[in-house]
Design a protein around this ligand. Structure first.
Ligand code: SAH
Length: 471
């Protein structure tokens, strides 16, 4: 029997979700943080439950052939990239396997899953990073001097922030902006002496600086900086001038004001201190305006591949497409060429506004967006009547791109009532996707294809495009 504090010699067999790996002792599962399949390790048990134990590596006795050196100083502390120690081919293999397992185990569905579409750029791929200003740094090493931090939350420690000096998922300009602000909050720096910047403290609901969001357009090379603050203050204007002078590649700077206690990097757009207040990115032949509060896929290059996979799923030209969970309309617009009419449905008003703006920007006139709660349309006895009430024709094809939690059960069970010949389901969570598709299939649809796309190298996340046909 395994007991707490015991040191075991383990051979890592596979990876589990959330970056843990799995080993077995006489069939008993031991989760090991940071193991790579093929590693032989010594690990100390720190948790013992009825069905499993958790252990921490003390020594790697023989490394796996797939183990690589993680380039990041914060690897193992920061929750962002859990798989930097796994070579990329192996990451892709596990991601595809995760899709297969979810479909089989959660969905009871068997289908040949297509080879995963991997990324060419496996670092520096993000077009956005969002960091927190904090007066409570997470000390990685005993005696770390920092008293303030700008970076990501330490996993499981929502009150603490890791001071990130370099994020490998972002390019050097994004990192330069990050470090400019780090210097600005350093109590010893000239910038701070001049501006007396304070950091927001959630207990006291006081302090100026809350979050920093940096975005980049891969197409135009523009950079947008958004500072989330408790209040709009005059000194932010002077800080912006200084940033503009020091880092001329920053194209635009705007504040976002968040007066609420909720620690979220959003609020109302405040002053645009310089530049236009937005950047423009391109996906395929379409251009998208990204404003401080707009949602946009964070990996531009892979977003094109994901939408390409959706386009492939759609196949030949359609009369009427419904894009459910249309967000800022990027998929609707991307599909506008291959349909007579596209109707997008989205809950958030500002996203619908962005979607309409983006259609205009691209001269696309055959898409229309509805601001609506999809649950309202699907509940009750007559979803078809609810959609009909909007004065639009029935769909030939439905595209779905819901949040991670997937479809509401009412939507999954009533979707078939709309009678679409085809359904294309884009998901960032294979588990909820498999659960939903199991339901959809039970109402007379068959799986046609499954195409995984890797949007987030170095993490365990995976997107999957499933295509279904009415039988
Ligand atoms: N395809 C979109 C992104 C979809 S993300 C794009 O490319 O921009 C999922 C979207 O679903 C979010 O915009 C969210 O606001 C929306 N959403 C969540 N619940 C909803 C509901 N009940 N009804 C309508 N939209 C919803």
């Amino acid at each position: 029997m395994i007991s707490r504090d015991e040191v075991l010699e383990l051979k890592i067999e596979s990876v589990a979700f959330e970056g843990k790996s799995i080993a077995r002792v006489d069939g008993f599962v031991v989760f090991v943080a940071g193991g790579v399949p093929g590693d032989v390790v010594k690990a100390r048990v720190y948790k013992k439950k009825k069905d499993y134990a958790e252990a921490k590596i003390v020594e790697i006795l023989s490394p796996s052939a797939h183990r690589v050196e993680a380039p990041c100083d914060y690897f193992g502390y920061c929750g962002g990239c859990r798989w930097q120690h796994l070579d990329y081919a192996e990451q892709l293999r596990f991601k595809r396997q995760h899709v297969i397992d979810a479909l089989e185990r959660t969905g009871g569905l068997k289908i040949e899953v297509d080879p995963i579409i991997g990324a060419e750029e496996v670092y520096r791929y993000r077009n956005k990073i969002e960091v927190t200003f904090s007066g409570r740094p997470y000390w990685i090493h005993e005696g770390d001097p920092a008293t303030v931090a700008l970076g990501f939350h330490a996993p499981g420690r929502f009150d603490k922030t890791i001071d990130i000096r370099h994020c490998h998922l972002a390019d050097e300009n994004i990192n330069a902006i990050l470090n400019w602000f780090r210097e600005a909050i350093d109590p010893q720096s000239n910038i701070n002496r001049e501006f007396e910047l304070t950091i927001y403290d959630s207990m006291q609901h006081a302090g100026l600086l809350r979050f920093l969001t940096i975005r980049k357009s891969f197409d135009s090379g523009e950079y947008m900086v958004n500072l989330v603050v408790l209040e709009e203050e005059e000194r932010i204007g002077r800080l912006a001038e200084m940033l503009h002078r020091d880092l001329p590649f920053v194209s635009t700077f705007a504040t976002i004001v968040n007066r609420s206690r909720a620690q979220i990097a959003t609020g109302e757009v405040g002053r645009v201190h310089f530049g236009s207040g937005y950047i423009t990115e391109k996906l395929g032949k379409y251009r998208f305006r990204i404003s401080p509060l707009s949602f946009f896929q964070t990996n531009t290059l892979q977003a094109e591949k994901l939408y390409g996979a959706a386009l492939e799923g759609v196949g030949q030209k359609q009369e009427v497409i419904y894009d459910l969970y249309s967000g800022t309309g990027s998929i609707s617009i991307y599909l506008s060429d291959i349909a007579e009419k596209v109707y997008g449905f989205e809950l958030i008003e500002s996203a619908v506004k962005d979607a309409e703006e983006n259609s205009r920007l691209n001269g696309v006139s055959n898409v229309r967006f509805f601001r609506t709660d999809l649950l309202d349309l699907f509940k009750g006895s007559d979803p078809v009547g609810n959609f009909g009430g909007l004065g639009i024709p029935e769909p030939d094809l439905i595209l779905l791109d819901p949040p991670r939690s997937g479809l509401h059960p009412k939507i999954a069970s009533n979707l078939h009532l709309l009678g679409a010949q085809k359904i294309v389901y884009v998901s960032c969570n294979p588990m909820t996707q498999a659960r939903d598709v199991k339901e959809i299939v039970s109402h007379g649809y068959a799986l046609v294809s499954s195409q995984p796309v890797d949007m987030f190298p170095q993490t365990y996340h995976i997107e999957n495009v499933l295509t279904l046909r009415k039988v």
